[in-house]
Each structure stands twice: as structure tokens, then as C-alpha cells.
Design a protein around this ligand. Structure first.
Ligand SMILES: C[S@@+](CC[C@H](N)C(=O)[O-])C[C@H]1O[C@@H](n2cnc3c(N)ncnc32)[C@H](O)[C@@H]1O
Length: 515
């Protein structure tokens, strides 16, 4: 085993996940809804960026200057390759936190983010991170941090311990982590099969293992097989962050801001009496928190809050839905709708960014309060219908780096290991785009405009790789059958998807692709 990894899994690289909560611009709406001032995000830093997709997308799609580190050298190399491809201001290192956090050449930051790090690193690393935040986060700056939470993990924690113990005792290092993970899971299931007292008291654990069996080994390795795995209560987290002068601001999950989606009337009545984040975690049996913290939060007056909200811009990122929209909260799927939602969808249906101030003027007749408008926007974001939008000047400035990053990412769509997030200078964030839609975007960049020609373009790439489309699990064997299925997809793409991507300024420009 190498000695630089401090017990952290490095045998299996992390996946190519994208996390919008790491986008500083994403914090504006929840902070305003929580009645707190939000800084201008000039500089930002991500600690433990994994493959660096989020950092690079946020750097390329905005004018924020990014820094970051991840000590896994192959991941850092990929992240640096992305930064070079986009030409965005992203300076990325392969240093351990202890080294990076003491660098003397870093600027002060308005935003520091760490996703999937805190619960999986040692106390020494946590202390380095807190010290870094204390020294380098500007007053008024925002920290995003996610972590495994109690009480949500309390029933399963012994199983993580058991799997690690089993791997330590029985896992031959030469066998490779993926098969050792399978062995540890099988052993835990065998134990549960023997009907132990622990299993009888915690019958849900067996179900959880069924889910685990279906999860990818990259995720399982990084979630369960690190030397440190340390879920903590919210109150313990607040103690950890206090020396950095951080105060809790709000959850980064927009759904958490909508009480009806998460809490029964009884829960709400209880929390109204004792508003406490740990108690809310008990009520929701929270297992993972993703929060914003602020160094010196400044509480806004009602007027200031309305001002902050009305400057926020949004854009509709999908065709206007005809049916009721759904969003998911702790209480399950809920339908969102009503006159305010319908009027918002009508206003935004042309896929042009609008500020909440403009929307408030247009919808004046509906007689709503700012809070209701903010909550409706959060509901639309949760339903995947709407995204934040940047100012026109920023969109203009970010277009070049965003195009270059997209060109690099879309080239990967030609192979079988695509990355399914592209960059939008309009939203300043990553946007999901399936591999096939990326191939269609490339074709459109080549001047292709008919479903049949899109299909031929995509098929030329798939057939060269020996790939086939499938229907009901069975491969389509003939070229005609594949072209037919691709033509249907191409029609849908031209009608529904392309207009949205054009509005988001995501394109497969040939000129950039060739650069
Ligand atoms: C679970 S992954 C999360 C990656 C990324 N933040 C994401 O969510 O996609 C944790 C990352 O932290 C990095 N890491 C762990 N300990 C570290 C340390 N001491 N110094 C620097 N990076 C570290 C790992 O290499 C890994 O890429």
C-alpha cells in the first residue's frame, strides 16, 4: 500500500459526479430565503475535488476564479486536463489537505466547498480544513460541506464496522478491492442470514444490503471502505466549525426549504416550539446533510431580502410541462401546482432568463408574498424544470471557456465512457446531457438538421465502436433497425431538447471541436 493516501481508498478512482451545491451561485436563493446576505463570489476553492468535474464546470461556466486539490494523482491529472481544455481560471493541485491548506500563495476565498470528504477523513485532516477556513475564508464567505449524519446512520454503522473488520482480517490485498468488497458484503449478509439479535432489532438492514448490492463498486469503495467513516450529529459539526467562526446558514437542498414536502403538521408544530437542526434530523432520520455555513452571517431586513430575491435570475431548462409537476421530499413525491406555478411556467416558457423582480411585476395580479415566490421557484428547481441564471455580462464572458470545455467533453461521447454533464454559461453550472444527445449536438454543430441525418451521424460512431442500440433488453442487430430507432430519438431531440440547449448556449460547434 502507498503511504500518501492516509488510509483513504485510492485503488479505485472516484466517479465523474457533478454536484450543483458546489456552485457558489446555487447558494444565493437559499441564503436569501433564510434572510441572510450573500457575498459576490470572486474566488472559490474545492477541497477533495475527485475527478474535478464540478470544479471545472463551475470555473468554465462562470467568471469565478477556482482553486482546489485532490491528492489522488490520476484524478488530479484528469482535472488539470479539463482545466487546460477550457482555459478557465482553475488552478488545481494534487496535494494532501495538510500541504495544500498551508500554501502561502493562495488568495482569500468567498466560497470553500467540500463534498463527500468530511466523514471520510481523519481528525487531523478535519483540523487542517477548519484551520484553512479560519485563515482563508473572507468575512461573509460561504462554506458548503456535506457529511454523514446521525441519527440516520446509527442502525447501519455496525455493518460498516463489520465489513471493514472482515476486510482487514480476511481480504488478501492482491485480490483487488472490487472483489474484496463483494466478499465483505457476502459475509455481512451471511451473518444477517443467521438471524442475529442485531438483525432482529434492525430488520431494515437486510433491505439496505439489497440496495448496496446494486450500487457501483466505485461508490461503495469510497463510502464504506476508508479507514475513517465517521457520521456525526449536527451539533458536533457545529462545534467542529466554531473555531473557523462559521455559523450554520441553511441547507443547500432546495427541497429542505419546503416544509410541506418533508414534515407532517405534527412535526411542524413540534419544531415550531423547539426549532433545532438536530431535532429536525431526528424527525427526518437524516443520514446525509449538505449545508451552507457563513463566516459572520448578516441578517437581512425584509426590504433587503426582497431586494436580494428580486435580483436572482432563473431560466426554464425543459419544455413547458402540460401535466402537474412532481418533486421529492422526505414525505415522498408531492405534486406542485396552483395559479402561481402555472403563471411562472407561462412566463418562463420561452426559455429566456428572467429576474424574480421581472416575474414579480408580470405576476402582480396574483397578489403573492416574496416568500411564496421564492418557495415556488425552489419547487420548480426541485422538479428539474428551472435553473438559476447568470447576468448577461457574465454569460457573455463565460461563453468561450464553456464552449471549449463542452467540446472536450463531447469528444468523449464518441467513446463508450462518456461524461453526461455539459457546461452552460447561462446557468453557470453543469447540465445533464445524455451521450446520444451529445452525439446529436455534434451533428448539429456539423450543420445537420434532419432526424435521419442525425441518426446517420450517431450510427457512424456507434457502429465503428461495434455498439448496438437495445429494445426491451435485446440488441437491435441490423443497421436499418438501429437507424430507425435513432431517427425516432433524433426527432425528439430536434423538437424538445435542442431548443433548450440553444437557450442554455450549449452547442457542438465544429470550429471549437476541431480546436
Ligand atoms: C468521495 S470522494 C469525493 C470527490 C468529489 N468531492 C465528489 O464529490 O465527486 C473524496 C475525495 O477526497 C480525496 N481525498 C481524501 N483524503 C484526502 C486528503 N487527505 N487530501 C486530499 N484529498 C483527499 C480523495 O482522493 C477523493 O477523490
Amino acid at each position: 500500500m502507498s503511504d500518501w493516501n492516509e488510509g483513504y481508498v485510492t485503488e479505485i478512482d472516484y466517479n465523474f459526479g457533478y454536484y450543483s451545491m458546489l456552485n457558489p451561485a446555487f447558494a444565493r436563493l437559499p441564503l436569501a430565503m433564510a434572510g441572510l446576505a450573500c457575498p459576490r463570489f470572486r474566488t472559490a476553492c474545492e477541497l477533495g475535488f475527485g475527478q474535478g468535474l464540478s470544479t471545472n464546470l463551475h470555473a468554465a461556466a462562470s467568471v469565478t476564479q477556482w482553486f482546489g486539490t485532490d491528492f489522488n494523482p490520476s484524478q488530479a491529472a484528469f482535472a488539470q486536463e479539463l482545466a487546460a481544455a477550457s482555459g478557465a481560471r482553475a488552478t488545481l493541485y494534487d496535494e494532501a489537505f495538510a500541504d495544500f491548506c498551508t500554501r502561502a500563495d493562495l488568495p482569500d476565498f468567498d466560497f470553500i466547498g467540500l463534498h463527500g470528504i468530511w466523514s471520510w477523513v481523519s481528525d487531523e485532516n478535519r483540523a487542517s480544513i477548519v484551520n484553512f477556513i479560519r485563515r482563508k475564508l473572507r468575512v461573509g464567505g460561504v462554506v458548503y460541506v456535506s457529511y454523514n449524519t446521525l441519527p440516520g446512520w446509527s442502525a447501519f454503522a455496525p455493518m460498516q464496522h463489520l465489513m471493514m473488520q472482515y476486510d482487514d482480517a480476511m481480504g488478501a490485498q492482491g485480490r483487488g478491492l472490487p472483489s474484496r468488497i463483494d466478499d465483505a458484503i457476502s459475509f455481512a449478509q451471511k451473518l444477517l442470514g443467521a438471524n442475529p439479535g442485531y438483525g432482529r432489532l434492525n430488520p431494515q438492514i437486510g433491505e439496505r444490503f439489497k440496495t448496496i448490492m446494486g450500487q457501483n463498486r466505485q461508490y461503495l469503495a469510497h463510502e464504506y471502505f476508508n479507514r475513517t467513516w465517521d457520521p456525526m450529529y449536527f451539533a458536533t459539526m457545529a462545534e467542529w466549525l466554531a473555531p473557523a467562526k462559521l455559523r450554520y446558514a441553511c441547507s443547500s437542498k432546495y427541497a429542505d426549504h419546503l416544509d410541506e414536502a418533508n414534515l407532517t403538521p405534527e412535526h411542524r408544530a413540534f419544531l415550531a416550539e423547539v426549532p433545532d437542526a438536530t431535532l429536525r434530523d431526528f424527525i427526518m432520520n437524516q443520514s446525509f446533510r449538505t449545508d451552507y455555513w457563513v463566516k459572520g452571517p448578516r441578517v437581512l431586513t425584509e426590504v433587503e431580502r426582497a431586494d436580494a430575491l428580486q435580483d436572482i435570475r432563473i431560466i426554464m431548462t425543459r419544455p413547458r410541462p402540460q401535466d402537474a409537476l412532481k418533486m421529492r421530499g422526505a414525505l415522498g413525491d408531492i405534486t406542485i401546482g396552483g395559479p402561481l406555478y402555472a403563471a411562472l411556467l407561462d412566463q418562463l416558457a420561452d426559455h429566456k432568463p428572467r429576474s424574480l423582480g421581472e416575474l414579480a411585476v408580470a405576476l402582480k395580479g396574483l397578489n403573492f408574498k416574496w416568500r411564496m415566490l421564492g418557495e415556488a421557484i425552489m419547487g420548480l428547481v426541485c422538479a428539474g424544470q428551472v435553473s438559476m441564471a447568470q447576468d448577461e455580462e457574465v454569460i457573455k464572458q463565460a461563453r468561450g471557456t464553456s464552449d471549449k470545455l463542452n467540446a472536450y467533453l463531447m469528444r468523449k461521447a464518441r467513446s463508450q465512457t462518456p461524461i453526461t454533464t455539459l457546461s452552460s454559461p447561462v446557468t453557470g453550472s453543469g447540465v445533464h446531457c445524455s451521450r446520444m444527445d451529445q452525439l446529436f449536438l455534434l451533428a448539429v454543430g456539423d450543420g445537420v438538421r434532419t432526424p435521419e441525418a442525425l441518426a446517420r451521424f450517431a450510427w457512424s460512431i456507434l457502429s465503428a465502436n461495434g455498439e448496438r442500440l437495445t429494445r426491451e433488453g435485446a440488441p437491435l442487430e441490423t443497421a436499418e433497425a438501429n437507424l430507425g430507432a435513432l431517427t425516432v430519438q433524433g426527432e425528439k431531440f430536434l423538437k424538445e431538447t435542442l431548443p433548450t440547449f440553444e437557450a442554455l448556449q450549449i452547442s457542438g460547434h465544429r470550429t471549437v471541436d476541431a480546436a
